[in-house]
Design a protein around this ligand. Structure first.
Ligand code: AMP
Length: 137
């Protein structure tokens, strides 16, 4: 069901965007913030709060488009790499409550995108953590 978030408004044509791709199910457009040149958002037209709430077929359609855009960013924009990411819930940095995938072309160190993954494994019980996730799948 359609909601009041900014991406539903873009889908309904109430807010403009720089459209990259559109079909029956998926829309892709430039992120207004452009972390790096050519930063694109890919969203399903049907509203889901985030990746974790979306059905598999919707995820497949969105990720197919994200893959094609990433390939074009490398071929046509001169990107050397691409980060493809989706934030789920505020704690993970999600600010728009509508499933979206960032496709961020990467050019060089210091190009505007920072993702820091520290190694915090030292005091963790890895066998127990692995089991607690594995047992619920
Ligand atoms: P996230 O923090 O993962 O929820 O990302 C939301 C993204 O939406 C941010 O990178 C914003 O720059 C982007 N954004 C918000 N409003 C608009 C808009 N009207 N058009 C394009 N991108 C937007």
């Amino acid at each position: 069901m359609s909601q009041d978030d900014v991406f539903c408004k873009i889908i309904r044509g109430e807010i403009p965007c720089y459209k990259i791709f559109e079909d029956q199910d998926v829309l892709a457009f430039l992120d207004i913030s452009q972390v790096t040149k050519g930063h694109v958002l890919v969203i399903p037209k049907e509203h889901y709060d985030n990746f974790l709430a979306a059905p598999q077929e919707v995820i497949h359609k969105v990720m197919d488009v994200a893959q094609r855009i990433g390939q074009v960013q490398i071929q046509m924009l001169g990107a050397k790499g691409v980060n493809i990411l989706t934030n789920c819930y505020e704690a993970a940095g999600q600010s728009v409550n509508h499933f979206h995938v960032h496709v961020i072309p990467r050019y060089e160190k210091g190009d505007g995108f920072i993702l820091e993954m520290k190694d915090n494994s030292k005091d963790l019980n890895l066998p127990m953590i692995a089991k607690s996730i594995k047992d619920q799948l």
